[in-house]
Design a protein around this ligand. Structure first.
Ligand code: PGA
Length: 246
């Protein structure tokens, strides 16, 4: 039985005072019947670690360098994140693929560098509306995941996968539980072919998950939790989603 995981992706939101309030609310609402984490902007990782240490809420970052160290101005390595206790790092979010031209290969390299630093990469895949309308959903997510499994081999078992249809992110247009499940099943089969423990791996759904639609999504057989953007910025809403996963 896979334990559900709910991860907040704060994106480029937050402030020191606001974060302290939000994190205090999340700690105050524990215990959760699911694993819970927040992926915060890099500059807030240290304070987040201080506030969450000893709680049931894990933390992480939203991006990581593909390199271990060196002359890469502006980048942050996995070992640096690990020093601050990050358990997770999001890699290949569609906003990074779109606005920072991250290729499938770069995403795979980042996943590998996260693992090398002892951090679990949450690898995001997902199709655009144009790709869905062109019946290319399966081909796109399969290609995106293949780059990662080809690079990681047996270590694929150590990642968390997130299916986030681009057309559902921040739009209020959630995939139906059936639409999401159909893609998750495809991804599950691909994971199972890539590594022995594919059946035990967690595949999260992301894209306009809210307190009122989370339960039905999480009830689907291959949906093991969520990657939550906008709704993770509001304590009550995020806590409701975490409860829906319990
Ligand atoms: P959303 O974002 O929940 O605001 O749609 C999800 C994500 O981008 O991870």
């Amino acid at each position: 039985m896979r334990r559900k995981l709910v991860v907040g992706n704060w994106k480029m939101h937050g402030s020191r005072a606001g974060n302290a309030e939000l994190l205090a609310a999340l700690v105050g609402a524990q215990p959760y019947g699911a694993d819970v984490a927040v992926c915060v902007p890099g500059v807030f990782v240290g304070e987040t670690a201080t506030q969450l240490t000893g709680s049931a809420v894990a933390w992480g970052a939203q991006d990581v360098s593909a390199h271990a160290q060196g002359a890469y101005t502006g980048e942050v390595s996995a070992s640096m994140l690990a020093e601050f206790g990050c358990r997770y790092v999001i890699v290949g979010h569609s906003e990074r693929r779109q606005y920072h031209a991250e290729s499938d290969e770069l995403v795979a390299a980042k996943a590998e560098s996260a693992l090398a630093g002892g951090i679990t990469p949450i690898v995001c895949v997902g199709e655009t509306l144009e790709e869905r309308d062109g019946a290319r959903t399966e081909a796109v997510v399969t290609r995106q995941l293949l780059a990662v499994t080809a690079r990681l081999g047996a270590r694929t078992s150590e990642i968390v996968l997130a299916y986030e249809p681009v057309w559902a992110i921040g739009t209020g247009r959630t995939a139906t539980p059936e639409q999401a499940q159909a893609v998750h099943a495809v991804l599950r089969a691909q994971l199972a072919a890539a590594c022995a423990s594919g059946a035990q791996m967690r595949i999260l759904y992301g894209g306009s998950v809210k307190g009122d639609n989370a339960r039905l999504l999480f009830a689907m057989p291959d949906i093991d939790g969520g990657l939550i953007g906008g709704a993770s910025l509001k304590a009550a809403e995020f806590i409701a989603i975490c409860r829906a996963a319990s």
